[in-house]
Design a protein around this ligand. Structure first.
Ligand code: ZN
Length: 289
């Protein structure tokens, strides 16, 4: 049995997976204090005989194995979790190989292996919700450098009709500052599912997200770009991005046919959990080597 934890800022999902990485059992509960949340996590996993576990956590997190704070959640606005050794606590409880990455990397890994990117080696996954985050799978491995990518905080060119200042507390009008879910409410005083699909805000968001996909396409040359998260549930947004992207690429390079290149996730809400199983399987293999 593989274990997977999707440690989100608002909820924790814990699941058990079979050898072929199918979800066998799953629970979720709100993320409260570390003590209470871990108690519920352990209550769930204690009933199973785990081979390995994969954890995808909200961040920023430390994933440099040489660092003394490897496995810690870093400077999060959720203060009770700041500098909390989440991976360490899990390892202390279960003496099994444990993989550790961000929640969005884990979702990318899940979609790349068992979802919309199945069979491909280079997959980009972007989630557009309360925040914007991305994970890249390059030659089957999660792309990490000095630390994990922060694909939501890239610069975008302003849409000429959009006068919104931007919401990012660090950069103002970066991608997340201009195109995350809360920017809809900040512009219109209404949530995304309360406004019409003909509202111009969808054109603004599509423009920024197409710019982002253009930038990732030029830097990483993925085979597919999977766009998930609550904002992407808009019935018009994906098709608007598909329309804008070729205008940015301007025939400079070839990309896969746009309907195959820009897609919704296939695993839905299970992407992060399935990614956790994949991560668990990977660390177990590494340990056996
Ligand atoms: Zn930013």
């Amino acid at each position: 049995m593989y274990g997977a934890i999707e440690a989100g800022g608002t909820k924790f999902v814990c699941a058990i997976g079979s050898d072929d990485l199918e979800v066998v059992e799953k629970v979720s509960f709100p993320t409260t204090t570390p003590d209470e949340t871990l108690m519920k996590t352990f209550d769930f996993f204690d009933r199973f005989d785990l081979k390995a576990i994969g954890v995808g956590s909200f961040g920023p997190i430390d994933l440099n194995p040489k660092s003394s704070t490897y496995g810690y959640i870093k400077n999060t606005p959720k203060l009770a979790w700041e500098n909390f050794n989440l991976l360490g606590e899990i390892r202390k409880r279960y003496n099994v190989p444990a993989g550790w990455t961000t929640d969005v990397n884990s979702a990318a890994l899940g979609e790349a292996n068992k979802g919309a990117g199945c069979g491909l080696n280079n997959v980009l996954y972007l989630t557009v919700g309360t925040g914007i985050g991305g994970g890249a799978i390059v030659k089957g491995e999660i792309l990490e450098g000095f630390s994990h990518p922060e694909m939501g905080h890239i610069q975008v060119r302003r849409h000429p009709l959009d006068h919104f200042a931007g919401l990012c507390p660090y950069h103002g009008d970066c991608l997340e500052g201009m195109a995350s879910g809360p920017t809809i409410e900040a512009r219109l005083r209404k949530k995304g599912d309360e406004i019409g699909q003909d509202n111009e805000v969808w054109d603004f968001l599509a423009d920024y997200l197409a710019q982002a996909v253009f930038n990732y396409s030029m830097t990483l040359r993925p085979e597919i770009v999977i766009l998930g998260g609550g904002v992407m549930k808009s019935p018009v947004l994906l098709s608007k991005i598909k329309k804008r992207l070729p205008e940015f690429i301007a025939s400079y390079v070839e990309i896969p046919q746009v309907d195959h290149y820009l897609v919704h996730p296939k695993l839905g809400d299970d992407a992060g959990i399935v990614g956790g199983f994949v991560l668990a399987e990977k660390v177990l293999e590494e340990k056996r080597r």
